[in-house]
Structures are given as structure tokens and as C-alpha cells.
Design a protein. Structure first.
Length: 126
């Protein structure tokens, strides 16, 4: 659980979440948003029009990223990330297949870390 590999994966995932979370909160994103297919663009526009969904997801991503970088409550952060990474994966699978690589990377890193921290989750399934 404390191997160099796990540490690198944890830090990499933390940085990715922090960057993309901050990108959602800024009025002018520092990571350029790609051109989305019509249905994906409509979906993202509707989420943005609510005024709170993307900001809330961004804040949660930032919080999880900080927890991973500080190595605090890692198991909690990983479980909190599951619905977000699953939604990212499903969004790209059904609406924007061209961007699925990033989604697969986030979901895979999350899965690897959950596997590495599995002893902390075992009591949930006893």
C-alpha cells in the first residue's frame, strides 16, 4: 500500500483531479475545452446552465485531489471519486468517444488505488 508505485499513482491522480477541478471553477479555463459533439455539447451546456452542478463537481474534485496529495483520508477520497469517475467514463462512452482515453485513465488509476487500499474497504463487505 505504501509502495513507490502506489505513491506515484496517488500523486498523479491527485494532480489530475486538482487541475480539472480548478479548470471547472475558473471563468477562463487554463486547459482548453475541446470541441464536443452536438449531444455532448448540449449536455454540458445544460449542466453549466444550472449554475451549480459543474462548480460542485469541480469543488469535489479539488477536495479529493487535495486529500490524495496530502495522503489524508485516502480510502474515503477513493470511494468518493467512484461516482465521478464512473460518470466521466459513461459521458465519454455515450456522448464523446474521442475523449474516452482520459476517462479510462482516471477510472483505472482510481481502480488501482482502490485495489491497493482494499484492506481498508474489507469491513464494508463483511
Amino acid at each position: 500500500m505504501n509502495s513507490q508505485f502506489t505513491k506515484i499513482i496517488r500523486i498523479l491522480l491527485g494532480i489530475v483531479l486538482l487541475a480539472f477541478g480548478l479548470n471547472k471553477l475558473l471563468s477562463t479555463p487554463f486547459i482548453p475545452l475541446p470541441e464536443l459533439p452536438q449531444k455532448a455539447g448540449d449536455f454540458m451546456a445544460s449542466l453549466g446552465a444550472t449554475g451549480y452542478v459543474l462548480k460542485t463537481v469541480g469543488l469535489i474534485e479539488i477536495g479529493i485531489g487535495i486529500l490524495l496529495l496530502l495522503k489524508k483520508w485516502v480510502a474515503f477520497a477513493l470511494i468518493a471519486l467512484v461516482p465521478i469517475s464512473l460518470n466521466i467514463l459513461l459521458f465519454h462512452l455515450f456522448l464523446d468517444v474521442s475523449g474516452i482515453i482520459g476517462a479510462v485513465v482516471v477510472a483505472t488509476l482510481n481502480g488501482i488505488l482502490i485495489y491497493k487500499h482494499w484492506p481498508q474497504f474489507r469491513p464494508l463487505f463483511a
